[in-house]
Write a protein that binds this ligand. Structure first.
Ligand code: AMP
Length: 289
């Protein structure tokens, strides 16, 4: 599966940066704009919506599939992350991808690897405050993906709003010639944001997991009615989550949508964001007020 077109998959799968870059250079030489959709695999409708958008806006779409070890603070979480390259690559192709980039951890981070891209400020709140070195891992891997796939545009989901903001800031500040595009969160019919982690929820936990979106909607309703006190908005969300026994709050915040600093006074456009464990599955979600 190294750059070759596997019949079952239908599109080339590159396993190392050299092959990926050679493909990208040939496409650029042929005047094809490249859209990159970085993922960790276990593709669902949320990922596929990013791939379809990229395919509509670019001549070529590359989907990267790489479970990035250096952005996990918990080795058990990394070990449990689903890996299903063949079916993912086939699904990416069906949604409009032209190539897949799926390097191994050993290719990405060979023995002795010690260069990292780090960001102060915005990456230190919310997920950055509870997941040690998480955004350092994200910035480093996205830099490497950009260098291999040479995209004109890169597509990230609003579901990981802080990641989207961090990548956008990094691309700007490090002069990457890449337009970072934010895409709407795709939800299950009951509101739960689609996530590769949802598959790990037991039946009762899956029902309890509805509380994330319900809590965000509660904050939005209060905000629409004029509530500006962030503490009251947080309390209302805590009450919704607290009513579900398998749910354990990691953080609930009202933040500035650009700096991700905690707000005392909310405003229209502020972001309600939360991270909640349902059993041992960590879920995140957010909603613009
Ligand atoms: P992941 O594989 O979870 O790292 O996600 C890869 C990309 O897909 C990220 O940019 C995510 O924000 C995005 N994504 C994940 N879930 C969703 C969703 N439910 N709706 C839209 N985008 C999503």
């Amino acid at each position: 599966m190294n750059g070759k077109q596997d019949k079952k998959i239908g599109i080339p799968v590159f396993r190392a940066p050299e092959g990926m870059r050679a493909y990208a250079l040939s496409q650029r030489a042929a005047k094809q704009a490249i859209g990159l959709v970085p993922t960790m695999g276990a593709l669902h409708e949320g990922h596929l919506s990013l791939i379809r958008r990229s395919a509509a806006e670019n001549g070529r779409t590359v989907v990267s599939i790489f479970v990035n070890p250096i952005q996990f603070d918990d080795p058990r979480d990394f070990a449990r992350y689903p890996q299903q390259l063949e079916s993912d690559a086939a699904a990416a192709g069906k949604a409009g991808a032209d190539a897949v980039y799926a390097p191994s951890p050993a290719v990405m981070y060979p023995e002795g690897f010690s260069t990292f891209v780090d960001m102060a400020g915005i990456s230190e709140t919310l997920c950055g405050s509870v997941r040690e070195a998480h955004f350092r891992g994200v910035c480093t891997v996205v830099t490497k993906l950009f260098h291999a796939a040479l995209p004109d545009r890169a597509y990230f989901g609003q579901k990981d709003a802080q990641q989207l903001a961090v990548v956008r800031k990094m691309a700007k500040e490090l002069d990457f010639p890449v337009e970072v595009k934010g895409c709407e969160t795709v939800r299950e019919p009951d509101g739960l944001a689609m996530s590769s982690r949802n598959a790990r929820l037991a039946d009762k936990e899956r029902i309890a997991a509805r509380c994330l979106y319900r809590a965000l909607c509660e904050a939005e309703t209060l905000s629409r009615a004029g509530e500006r006190d962030a503490a009251r908005l947080r309390e209302a969300m805590q009450a919704v989550i607290g009513a579900e026994p398998p749910a354990r709050i990691e953080y609930i915040e009202i933040v500035d949508p650009v700096t991700f600093e905690s707000l005392e006074t909310a405003f229209p456009g502020a972001l309600a964001a939360l991270a909640v464990y349902i059993g041992d599955v960590r879920l995140i979600d957010n909603l613009t007020l």
